[in-house]
Design a protein around this ligand. Structure first.
Ligand code: SF4
Ligand code: SF4
Length: 473
């Protein structure tokens, strides 16, 4: 917590969950106030806390917008919100979830460093890559918003337009690099159409090795993607030309890609620590081997990481032996601090057999929410910890859970991962993960295991089974 004077407001959410104020008080150094409807009948308690002027932690995230509005006249009072309802109170184990609540509250108060951003600028110069009228129609739809060029690979019979609002060329993209606002293309079989094309476009002499630049690419060619992990490449939109709904979505997305866009700088890179090469002898290629997007390239003695291409999986940082590549969302230090506070507060509050459940935010929060609302909720000893991507986890973080007294680590994965977790599984392996034994190299470190479930109930059953095993051990 933010010191002994901070105010902690906990709420039973209309008595739908028990509050173990004693356990919470043991785990968190704060003045604890209890309420049953803090967002309504007991709102006065929040207002009274604001008047004290000390930092406030509210154990409710659902009504955070309301509390922020009420606090508008107190901009000097730092507010922190933490969810102890779906993560602990709405559970079959609610009666014993006090230590977990204490741990989650204490961890929420750990300050995370500010996020550094990368800015991408798109002037709306678009290349539409296709093979037939699907590309031409998309260009017509976007011509009032984007500066369009259409390139058709192996065009069939394409009817010439009576007014050429945008150029339609022939070509085959041989190589593409870059990102939103800065794509570079190498094009073979490049040819201009004859202006006298009558009943179908007729192209002149073709040449190889043409180059072009653009801000964004809409690919409806139906061919292979132009980039590895193409769905993660900013500014590259791809749709199957036989799927009208997908083409519609891509057109709508393309029309919005004009202006300035910020994305997090996921990786901090210290070139001086990189062991890629010395005296022309290659020493380390770990990050190059794993990066799914091609953001990392050799650059003399070190590698270079393009932050505009990086999609933030964290695989490079988790395997880097020297710390040259480190994750920034949050940094390893900050994550370790949060983890330590989580575990220490859980212990102080009387908890035991802690299993830390790492999960990505967008997927994990929804799954945990569903477990609480429609199932048995999380077991009392399972401490959810949201991170940006589970692939950012390195062995040092997993090991830290055990060093801080935990008895298990669980990774909540998606049925279909955004980033390939094979690397994570491989580098954490101590023995084979039961979920991936047949398909993946495994993901176990000590008592760590993956929970890759389509249905939330299945994930909960797995976690409860794991807990019983841990308690018997
Ligand atoms: S975080 Fe992932 S996408 Fe970004 S550079 Fe590292 S390995 Fe590549
Ligand atoms: S894993 Fe680390 S040391 Fe190895 S090449 Fe990449 S950045 Fe350099």
């Amino acid at each position: 917590m933010n010191g002994a004077k901070s105010r902690l407001l906990i709420c039973s959410c209309e008595k739908t969950m028990p509050l173990d104020a004693q356990a919470i008080g043991r785990g968190c150094a704060a003045n604890v106030t209890q309420a049953n409807q803090l967002c309504g009948l007991d709102l006065g308690q929040f207002k009274a806390a604001l008047a004290e002027g000390e930092p406030i932690t509210v154990a409710c995230t659902q009504e955070a917008p309301l509390f922020k509005e009420v606090a508008e006249d107190f901009p000097q009072v730092p507010l922190t919100f933490v969810n102890i309802r779906e993560t602990g109170g709405w559970s079959k184990d609610a009666a014993t979830a006090g230590p977990k609540s204490a741990a989650l509250i204490a961890a929420a108060s750990e300050e995370m460093p500010p996020i550094s951003l990368v800015t991408l600028e798109s002037g709306g110069v678009a290349l539409i890559y296709g093979r037939d009228e699907v590309a031409i129609d998309a260009a017509k739809r976007l011509a009032d918003r984007l500066d369009i060029t259409v390139i058709l690979s192996n065009p069939g019979d394409v009817t010439p337009r009576s007014v050429n609002e945008f150029p339609v060329l022939k070509g085959m993209i041989r190589n593409a690099s870059g990102h939103l606002g800065q794509f570079e293309l190498a094009i073979d079989d490049y040819a201009l159409p004859s202006p006298s094309s009558r009943n179908k476009l007729v192209f002149g002499a073709a040449r190889d090795g043409a180059t072009s630049t653009c801000d964004l690419i809409l690919d409806v060619s139906g061919g292979l993607p132009l980039f590895p992990a193409h769905e993660l490449r900013s500014g590259y939109l791809r749709a199957d030309p036989r799927d009208p709904a997908a083409v519609e979505r891509a057109i709508a997305d393309a029309g919005n890609l004009v202006g300035t866009f910020d994305k997090p700088r996921f990786i901090h890179f210290d070139e001086s620590l990189c062991a890629h090469s010395r005296s022309n002898i290659i020493g380390c290629t770990r990050c190059l081997d794993l990066c799914p997007t091609g953001a990392i390239t050799p650059n003399g003695n070190s590698v270079a990481i393009d932050p505009a291409v990086c999609a933030g999986c964290g695989s490079c940082a988790s395997v880097c032996p020297t710390g040259a590549a480190s994750y920034s969302l949050p940094s390893a230090d900050a994550l370790m601090r949060k983890l330590r506070t989580l575990m220490q507060s859980y212990g102080k509050a009387g908890g035991s057999n802690a299993v830390v459940l790492f999960h990505g935010g967008d997927h994990g929060d929804a799954l945990i929410d569903a477990l609480a609302r429609f199932g048995d909720g999380l077991p009392a000893n399972v401490l959810p910890l949201r991170i940006n991507e589970i692939t950012q986890l390195g062995p040092e973080t997993i090991a830290a859970v055990f060093a801080y007294g935990g008895t298990g680590v669980a990774l909540l994965t998606r049925a279909k991962e955004k980033h390939d977790i094979a690397g994570l599984c491989a580098r954490l392996r101590r023995r084979s993960c039961p979920h991936h034994r047949d398909r993946r190299p495994g993901s176990i470190a000590g008592d760590a295991r993956c929970h890759s479930q389509r249905h939330p109930g299945a994930a909960a059953r797995e976690l409860r089974r794991a807990r019983h095993k841990t308690q018997r051990a």
